[in-house]
Design a protein around this ligand. Structure first.
Ligand code: HEC
Ligand code: HEC
Ligand code: HEC
Ligand code: HEC
Ligand code: HEC
Length: 365
């Protein structure tokens, strides 16, 4: 009975487009909770300190024109609400443009898109079947929405590319670009890496063993879930040694120009620790030969970022001897120190301090 009342209430609520995640919480509690921690949920100026600090310096702010950011950061057009469940699950297709791509959204109410192995050609409409003279009720689908499993973009990651493909500023300059190759295959793509299947049911009504991780593993959330896509290798050479970072992903290791990747190496010898040279990898953009905020940039100042599928070799001139041990850590800072000062975020520890992503130990025979 309670369920029936709940369903009636839910079914009579407003149009899908104005709904937020709370509507979905009742039947998708695990996914809902995960989503609360994600930087899709926190993509607005209200919840993301980095986004709001940058917006505060942006020339469009003086004109009160948030539109330039809203398409991707608050697609529901309410400035304080980030990306919602429906922002993603109602994308029908992506339109290509040079400045940034554009999401085309479903206009039919309560029609959501998703992916499910074996259902690639199905559209599921809610049905109740009674058998045994009404004693047993069998249901298929969701009592709240229809599900369309036929959209290929939800299997290949193409549905991510409306927001993630690229962004150019008013100088026709690429602020960032994520290679489309990452969103082409069914086996390995944006979704399989950033939303891996983990334990727990995707709905409370129809139990499943696993569901797609909705906190979205990334730089600001659960980076350890992605560490298996980075590999570190060691090789001794005649006058030192080499470390190789293998970026086993279809995009540059990090894409946002605020980031900096660091490779730290500690040598343990005779019970003592010595920190060797730290190598950094960045893509710095700017103008007149100097780093600048993204909207002013018209040139790449420096690009040492590890590229898609690249194996980057780094040489050290420390000659190793038998018994030596190396601890190698690849990690990153969310904001480099120059930008942190410009944005007034230099005191925000989790943004400016080093976050480890991959660790490896090597010993010399
Ligand atoms: C075409 C879609 C798009 C538009 C338009 C857009 N962004 Fe973003 N933005 C993204 C994506 C996708 C990311 C995450 C990418 C990444 O981390 O590399 C992001 C990340 C950011 C970040 C980094 C946040 C963090 O977690 O560190 C900042 C800051 C930011 N955007 C500011 C802005 C501002 C300010 C505007 C408007 C002037 C804007 N963006 C417009 C798509 C967009
Ligand atoms: C009244 C309960 C209920 C509500 C409310 C509800 N759902 Fe569902 N949803 C379900 C059920 C049950 C299924 C599983 C249907 C099936 O697999 O046959 C489902 C399936 C889904 C799927 C596809 C799952 C798959 O197998 O790929 C998506 C996506 C989804 N829901 C999103 C949402 C979003 C977004 C909202 C909020 C706007 C929402 N749901 C609200 C009950 C609900
Ligand atoms: C093989 C696994 C893999 C695939 C496929 C993949 N990624 Fe990543 N992605 C990673 C790893 C590893 C990182 C770096 C570690 C981290 O973010 O903590 C990363 C980082 C990111 C970041 C953060 C970048 C930044 O500077 O903040 C975004 C955004 C992202 N990926 C989006 C995508 C999109 C969109 C696609 C599909 C086109 C995709 N990824 C495909 C593994 C993958
Ligand atoms: C950034 C885009 C995005 C957002 C935001 C998002 N989802 Fe999803 N969701 C996806 C994609 C893509 C899949 C398909 C994953 C797969 O099955 O491989 C998915 C799968 C699902 C499924 C299917 C079951 C599963 O785990 O495989 C359900 C249910 C679901 N989402 C509900 C929600 C709810 C509820 C919210 C908000 C609390 C939400 N989603 C927010 C992209 C998103
Ligand atoms: C409606 C636009 C939009 C769509 C669709 C979208 N994203 Fe994002 N994504 C963003 C924005 C904006 C950010 C940055 C939010 C912030 O940090 O303020 C982001 C951030 C991320 C991050 C970085 C999270 C972190 O912790 O650093 C990852 C990973 C990511 N998205 C993956 C995906 C994947 C995978 C898909 C497709 C299933 C997807 N996104 C679909 C807009 C979008």
């Amino acid at each position: 009975m309670r369920l029936l009342i709940m369903l009636t209430l839910l079914l009579s609520s407003q149009l899908l487009a104005t709904e937020n995640a709370t509507t979905c919480k009742g039947c998708h509690p695990t996914i809902y909770t995960e989503f609360q921690n994600s930087f899709h949920k926190k993509s607005s100026i209200k919840e993301d300190k980095v986004h709001s600090a940058m917006w505060n310096l942006h020339p469009a702010k003086a004109k009160g024109n948030y539109k330039k950011c809203a398409e991707c950061h608050t697609p529901n057009n309410t400035v304080h609400e980030g990306i919602t469940c429906v922002s993603c699950h109602s994308i029908t297709s992506i339109e290509n443009h040079s400045t940034a791509n554009k999401n085309i959204y479903e206009s039919k109410p309560k029609t959501l898109y998703s992916a499910e192995k074996g259902s690639e050609d199905k559209k599921v409409i809610y049905q109740e079947k009674s058998s045994w003279l009404g004693m047993i009720k069998e249901t298929t689908g969701s009592p709240y929405h229809n599900i369309d499993y036929t959209n290929k973009g939800y299997y290949t990651g193409k549905m991510c590319m409306g927001c993630h493909s690229h962004k150019q500023n008013s100088h026709d300059f690429d602020v960032c670009r994520t290679e489309i190759e990452g969103a082409k295959s069914d086996e390995s793509n944006c979704i399989t890496c950033h939303m891996p299947q983990i334990q727990g049911s995707s709905t409370s009504i129809k139990k499943t063993k696993t569901h797609a991780f909705h906190s979205f593993a990334g730089v600001r959330n659960a980076p350890q879930m992605l560490s298996k896509h980075i590999n570190l290798a060691f090789k001794q050479s005649t006058n030192g040694f080499e470390l190789t970072v293998h970026n086993d992903t279809p995009h540059a290791l990090l894409s946002h120009p605020l980031r900096v990747v660091e490779l730290k190496t500690v040598l343990k010898r005779d019970g003592k620790k010595e920190e060797l040279k730290i190598h950094t990898f960045v893509r710095t953009i700017g103008h007149n030969g100097k780093p600048s905020m993204p909207w002013l940039a018209n040139q790449v100042i420096k690009d040492t970022m590890i590229k898609a599928n690249e194996k980057r070799m780094v040489a050290f001139d420390t000659v190793l001897k038998s018994g030596d041990e190396l601890e190698v850590i690849l990690g990153y800072r969310i904001i480099n120190s120059v930008s942190a000062k410009k944005l007034g975020l230099e005191k925000e520890k989790e943004l400016v301090e080093f976050t480890p992503l991959k660790r490896a130990y090597f010993s010399v025979e």
